[in-house]
Write a protein that binds this ligand. Structure first.
Ligand code: ADP
Ligand code: ZN
Ligand code: ZN
Length: 736
């Protein structure tokens, strides 16, 4: 198919992508003028030749063909980074359903003028002894400002000038004679902001064990060979991070760069410091708490070749390294790797695609791989490596018990702690060891429901249950709607209305009542809303400032607490009811990770899993730390119901303020899909109201199509996009 017109962006910046210009592709260039190619073309009134990039093609001219200019030349220097990113964006657009502009904005980091910060330092030029003598002298003279400066110089040879003036309150006039006498000098350095800090020392690396060495060798062999994606399945504590660092070291030695993705929640200071100790200034991080300026500085440093390694959550995937060699995705099963906004890309598939374009390799690491990744490893689509022992010699796997909460209730225990868990808590506190209590929820007492009619109090805008907070209000977690707890049931008028379920605050209150002596910390969305509070709670607990840490998901990721020997999982199965075909997988990985927090060091660990569904395979397999047992059950279920990864699934969300219009469009989509599906290879589900049928007064309908092959689903997607969508109805695709 001949495509005589190319869409070209002049200058590849975040804002330029909004404005593509149509150019004619001369026949002699049609072979080279491919998607992502760098070209030269006449631009503006003077028709000065400028560089540009091809971001798409069309058959039809957008205006008078005689006025459309011609591309002058295609640059020969292969497919530069920009070209790769354009191709990646085009793939994301196709695969996940978005406009080319949305996709380009996702892959091209917002570029801003990088402002190097001029920073002045005072550097001490006399020895410690001389400095002490001077200090004694100025103390006698009672010159307090100079005393403060000399004291600071004893602690540190290099002092930021700003700190001297602001914190030490030493004026320029007081510093001047020191400069004249050569006691110190003033240095000006221009540098880009580095979020990690400046004065850090390098540490020694560990000596890899046999299993780790085998994994490293295997991964490097693939890296030198076919570079297919690799799945590293290593139990918690098997030392995957050390393996990543060793592979990265070798890749960097060959002049290539590496991106390390870590879920935001697990991106702790501890992890970053491990990388920093090995690679020093050549590492940087991006995360959501950096300002936009700090983030784009880091991206710019990567572009300029100042960095070898970028660590960060999902968006770090698009770090502009020009010679990328490796992308590592730690905890690859995490749902945080799926983008919630359009394009709804998945970091795993997108990383693999970026690596294909860059001639690089993707490593997926997890203690509980997603069923999808494990399935692909079984099929040979990925290479597979495994690590089965904990790296620290002394630490053994914890002993795990399941407690049936139904039996507890029968035995008359109505509390939230089973008798066994209480017993172990007493013993653990007695040994002055630490306890983690894990709860899979948020809020004080969950939601409020009526005992007469059974209905929960719902948000009038969002069709979800309102959550009770301790201040006595009911809040909607989607739209923020707030109201007081009603005295009577809004549905039937009965006065028997009460809180239901348990939240972290309630657990905290009960623990404090049971163990008044114990110091308790709580970590959930409410206590970590402030910047830095997350780290503060974790380090307080790690420093032994509390005996018990109560928390939600946040406490089970990536932290090493050597003195934790008891983990209590209070309601293990709540996540089984979270909806979606991945509920079992999510439950298994949460329980496995939570259990893995016990006995990380030399002390033996215990785990109690309290559950209403003790026979569910996700709970049983997590208790016996049996990944494969879980996987074979899970994949059977996916096969039976044709869920991913066995089938591909296209999800369509239709939204509108007008309920009838949304519904009518959903029916049109269904008819379209049925027309395409004459041979019956697609399984069509819905349309139906979404499980959250209304958010912010916008109605939501879902429609699903499943198929073993991806191509028919992409075809369906295109035909849905081509439908007549009115102004009032919006849609979003998702491809799994
Ligand atoms: P994972 O990421 O697989 O859970 P980590 O890489 O965090 O495991 O390692 C767990 C702990 O074991 C860390 O404290 C780490 O420093 C330590 N460790 C890893 N490899 C070794 C090794 N070869 N020798 C000694 N300690 C190790
Ligand atoms: Zn009622
Ligand atoms: Zn709401």
């Amino acid at each position: 198919m001949l495509k005589p017109y190319a869409d070209v962006i002049i200058d590849i910046t975040h804002t330029a992508v909004d404005r593509a210009f149509q150019y004619e592709v001369p026949e002699e260039l049609s072979g080279q003028a491919v998607l992502g190619a760098k070209i030269r073309a006449p631009f503006g009134n003077g028709n000065r030749l400028r560089d540009g990039y091809i971001i798409g093609f069309s058959e039809k001219p957008e205006y008078d063909p005689l006025k459309i200019k011609k591309i002058a030349a295609v640059c020969e220097d292969g497919m530069p980074l920009e070209g790769q990113m354009i191709r990646l964006a085009a793939w994301m657009k196709e695969r996940y359903g978005s406009t080319m502009i949305q996709a380009l904005k996702t892959v091209l980091p917002a570029k801003r003028k990088l402002k190097a910060v001029e920073k002045k330092y005072l550097v001490r030029r006399v020895s410690r002894e001389e400095c002490e003598e001077l200090l004694a002298l100025y103390r006698r003279k009672n010159q307090k400002a100079r005393v403060r400066l000399l004291e600071a110089f004893l602690a540190d040879e290099v002092l930021p000038y700003e700190m001297v003036v602001q914190k030490l309150r030493v004026s320029a006039a007081s510093v001047k004679p020191f400069l004249e006498q050569g006691i110190c000098i003033l240095e000006t350095k221009s540098r880009f902001r580095n979020p990690i800090g400046e004065h850090l020392v390098r540490g020694d690396s560990v000596h890899l064990n046999e299993e780790q060495r085998q994994a490293v060798n295997g991964l490097l062999t693939v890296w030198r060979g076919d570079k297919r994606p690799c799945l590293l399945h290593g139990i918690t504590g098997s030392g995957k991070t050390e393996v990543y660092m060793e592979v990265i070291r070798r890749v960097v030695e060959e002049g290539r760069q590496a991106i390390v993705l870590i879920p935001e929640i697990a991106l702790t200071w501890q992890t970053v410091m491990r990388f920093y100790r090995q690679f020093g200034e050549r590492v940087s991080i991006v995360h959501s708490r950096l300002s936009a300026g700090e983030k784009s500085d880091q991206m710019e440093r990567a572009r300029r070749g100042e960095l070898d390694i970028m660590i960060g959550p999902r968006s770090a995937l698009f770090t502009p390294f020009s010679n990328l060699g490796l992308i590592i995705i730690d905890e690859e099963h995490e749902s945080a790797y799926k983008s919630e906004t359009v394009p709804k890309y998945h970091a795993v598939d997108t990383a693999i695609r970026r690596c294909e374009l860059a001639g690089a390799m993707t490593i997926l690491g997890s203690a509980t791989p997603s069923a999808a990744s494990y399935y692909r490893a079984q099929n040979g689509e990925y290479h597979f490596f495994q690590m089965k022992v904990r790296a620290k010699e002394l630490s053994a796997l914890p002993s795990v018990e399941i407690v049936d909460l139904r039996a507890e209730l029968k035995a008359g225990n109505r509390g939230i702690f089973s008798r066994r868990l209480q017993e172990l808590m007493v013993e653990t506190l007695g040994r002055r060891e630490q306890i983690l209590l894990f709860l899979n929820r948020r809020g004080y007492a969950g939601f409020v429901s009526c005992r007469a009619c059974g209905k929960a109090v719902k948000c009038p805008h969002c069709d979800v249950s309102l959550k009770v907070h301790r201040d006595g209000t009911l809040k909607c977690h989607y739209c923020g709607y707030e109201t007081v707890i009603p005295k009577t049931c809004p549905s039937c008028g009965s006065g028997y209305i009460a809180g239901f379920g348990t939240g972290t605050q309630k657990v905290e209150a009960m623990v404090k009542a049971m163990f008044p002596e114990a110091a308790v910390l709580r970590m959930d969305m409410d206590t970590t809303a402030r910047k830095g509070s997350h780290e503060a709670i974790l380090s307080a607990f790690a420093d032994g400032k509390a005996d018990i840490l109560i928390g939600t998901q946040m406490i089970v990721k990536g932290h090493d607490f050597p003195r934790v020997t008891l983990v209590g999982i209070l309601a293990a199965d709540l996540s089984l009811y979270s909806g979606g075909y991945e509920a079992g997988e999510r439950t298994f990985s949460l329980l496995t990770q939570a259990a893995g927090r016990a006995g990380r060091d030399s002390l033996p660990g215990h785990v109690v899993i309290q559950s209403y569904a003790p026979d569910h395979y996700s709970v049983e397999a997590a208790a016996s730390q049996d990944y494969e047992g879980f996987y074979w059950h899970e994949i059977l279920y996916r096969k039976l119901l044709r869920y991913p990864p066995v089938s591909r699934m296209l999800t369509l969300l239709i939204t509108s303020r007008e309920e009838e219009e949304a519904e009518a469009m959903a029916r049109t989509v269904k008819r379209q899909a049925e027309a395409i599906n004459e041979e019956g290879i697609l399984e069509l589900v819905g349309p139906a109201k979404a499980s959250v049928a209304k958010i912010n007064d916008i109605y939501r309908y879902m429609f699903y199509a499943k198929c073993e092959e991806e191509a028919p689903l992409l075809e369906l997607k295109q035909s849905i996009e081509a439908l007549e969508w009115g102004k009032n109805v919006q849609y979003q695709f998702d491809m799994e």
